[in-house]
Design a protein around this ligand. Sequence first.
Ligand code: ZN
Ligand code: ZN
Length: 563
Amino acid sequence: MGADSKLLALCSYETTKLVRIHSVRLGTLKWTLNATVLLFICLLLLWNRKYQQFDQVVSSVTAKVKGVALMQLPGQGAVIWDEADYTGSSQDKNSFFVITNVIVTKNQKQGRCPEHPSSGRLCRRHEDCERGAWDPHSHGIQTGSCVKFDALTRTCEVAAWCPIEVKKKPPRPALLASAEKFTVLIKNNIRFPAFNFIRRNILPNMTESYLRRCQRAHDSLCPIFMLGDIVGRAGENFSTMAVEGGVIGIQIKWDCNLDRLTRHCLPAYSFRRLDQKESNKTLYPGFNFRFAKYNTVDGVEERTLYKAFGIRFDILVFGQAGKFSFIQLIIYIGSTLSYYALTTVLMDWLIGTSCYAAEEGQNYSERKVESVPDKKECILCVSYVDEDDVRLVKMSHKKRLQDVKTISVQPRQENIGHMTATLCLPLDPLTSLTAFSKARSRPPSWCKCGGCSASPLPPEELCCRRSSEGACVAASPLFEKLSLYRPLLEALLLYQDPLTRMPPGAAALRRCAYRQYVAWRLGVPPADTHPAIPRCCVTRIREAFPSVDGRYGGLALPSEAEM
Ligand code: ZN
Ligand code: ZN
């Protein structure tokens, strides 16, 4: 190939060939499907705001609890608790705590006292106790003596804050159940860094008088919540939860649309319990911790120990803001184009199956799909003189043709035209024209007729007989008449092309001789197969019409090729 033609081959464009079917039914169906897809794409675009670029929220939260409660402390009487008492010692990030129940152990001093039987060791003698022993459940360090706990039990003495906290179970009902009425003001500042947009949950139009009056029940934007209301909306009962405590999540969701025309950016509050709910089924239920208040009486340090049960409120802020972005719109449109392929797939399936008119469907399919056999797989048609049928085998470059496995056996289809023409020939008594020299050297192992010679190419190694040893077809008188008789071959060549040069060259005679063999022995070879000619016949024809330079092109396979 020249450089010019290579360049020309590069400068080309291959396009897909299409088949247009003129059909009202199919056309209507196509447009209906396409309209459905378009509708779906548009709905998704508007509903999910696919034309926007999104950014996640960054936020900070503070909370302020207000309320006063009257509490009946056992052994102490009525006590007033305000927010300094019940919110615990520290404020965590994004959460606040409210004490709802408490176990108080008053006037503890450093000293020695009997350990509580549930957390210490029961004993009878001093030897039962071990000086200096300690374990994670005990309140102090053992002194090594065994002392009376009450009238019936003796326990090991410990050095600890005495007296030791005795009560284990929280009081029922909760001492601070009235915390239900407390209110909390949640302040939430948010920012969307990508759009440099800042907002608070206390909106600009909210005045101080509004905040004093507003109630969650009527106004979903009010940032002041009643604790009982929060717990109720989380699906819990406040007085039940107050006994052992728990964790409640306050979720603030910001779903903002920052486009000028459809601007909308308001918080939405929701509530749910975050810890395990079934207090009687779980180990270590609820939420509690201990703290102490210290004072000095007559130079001796004393403390009051509180085991506080309460509800922790975790404020979780999440959300996103979207703003129109041309790039996002383009990306979305690009990603939806493939949906239109659904129409093609569905319609092709409809045409391919019998759902559509079967006959027309077949017609369309044939027009649409062009079947081309795989050229690489060469199927050869072989005929043996000791068998009536023809065999189809796959050509192999490694295995000799005589040994290749048969794909299928088919009845021989007689070439009627050839047979008729042959019978019209004036046949002399069938005598040998040329002496057929049997193989000069010993025939190869695969040869059953004794006329074949070895070949370097395995696809050429085919004998005229399949299994039984016997006479060779190339030695038969009819083979000589049909394939080697020069006047007949010359007449055939002239019949095909009356102006052909006479006398014909050896190559043309060989080609004609092969064709004669194929028409005689194989008849009409099945479609898409190549006839194969046995080695003995090829050798005999080549001997009869030898090439001048002694070279023969190609394999003795396709009848058209030069052999
Ligand atoms: Zn042979
Ligand atoms: Zn033979």
